[in-house]
Design a protein around this ligand. Sequence first.
Ligand SMILES: *Cc1c(COP(=O)(O)O)cnc(C)c1O
Length: 383
Amino acid sequence: MRRIYLDHHATTPMLPEVVDAMAPFLREAFADPWIAAHREASEAAVAVEEARERVASLVGARRSEIVFTSGATEANNQAIKGSAWARKPGRDRLVTCAIEHPSVLEPAAWAEREGLSRTVLPVDGRGRVDPGAVRRALEAPAFLVSIQLANGEIGTIQAIEEIAGVCGERGSLLHVDAAQAVGRIPVDFRALGADLMSLTAHKLHGPKGAGALVIRRGVRIEALLHGEGQEKGRRSGTVHVAGAVGLGAACAAAAREMETQRERIEALRDRLWEGIREGIPGVRRNGDASVGLPGNLSVTFERVSAEALIQALRTVAVSRGSLGSSANSEPSHVLRAIGLTEEQADSTLRFGLGRGNFPDEIDEVVERLIREVGRMRALSPGA
Ligand SMILES: *Cc1c(COP(=O)(O)O)cnc(C)c1O
């Protein structure tokens, strides 16, 4: 049986054009762009700068504002720790929200262990942060507000522009984790009004281990990695040349094809939800159906164990509702934050559709879901 990959929020396959763009820098062009005295080195330097331009162009930033990192985890850590280390006296608070990725929540917890204060804002039933709540939280001065652009479990998109307005008034920096958004929906760093923004290549068909932190011109944060001073002193260490080039190629592909892919993927997602809703009683859709990521569908199947359903689906790659929950059996902090019970969270699947999916796959998944959910409920009636 063919495999059907519906887990694009976890990671995405590299596009052939991304692999092709990277290949020369894994083979012959091995020089270090930092030591740009000879021809090979300058070739690498030119490629890295071209990649920087492509990233900047996709996200509406300046080339000089892009700092290459090993991914969004590093970018989020740099944003939070770097702004904590560079904070002004009296600004000892960090504000974030309950449905952030662990690579934001854990550095926030670190900040608290370091003696700073942490405010974790709740979200509503659709996963939205109330900009009014940000305003109230900022009555006490904060060095940073960190709110994601789009959620990888339930697809909710936050009102970042409004939140940015509040941060501007209160003199707090705003960091936006855009790892799930870049390449999927239009993202404009300037229009969002953010000071710092994280992204990662492997969520948009680029390589793993490559990403960027966008640092708005004029914003000063401390580096996470100190050393030879690469990336204008903002991130020392020899840049991952092939990774940066791959990220650039993925951004170029997204700039070219995002609009058509977005419509196509959204239609597939709607087809999947219609099929589930019509074919299976006792289901609930989570997140914000009106404004959400195009490929995201989070569904709670009453009286069904998500774990068992994933096993039964075998050749269909989906996740439990919770991101990264395969490694630990904790119910999703995101699903709990939007009001699901532990039992509902344990009955939730996250479908992440992407550019590799086609209508016949969706129809097959619907058919198999109808069959498997029916079978599992028949085995444990009333459970
Ligand atoms: C995947 C993801 C990350 C982590 O990115 P890595 O590059 O894997 O470190 C951070 N935040 C969000 C929202 C993500 O989806």
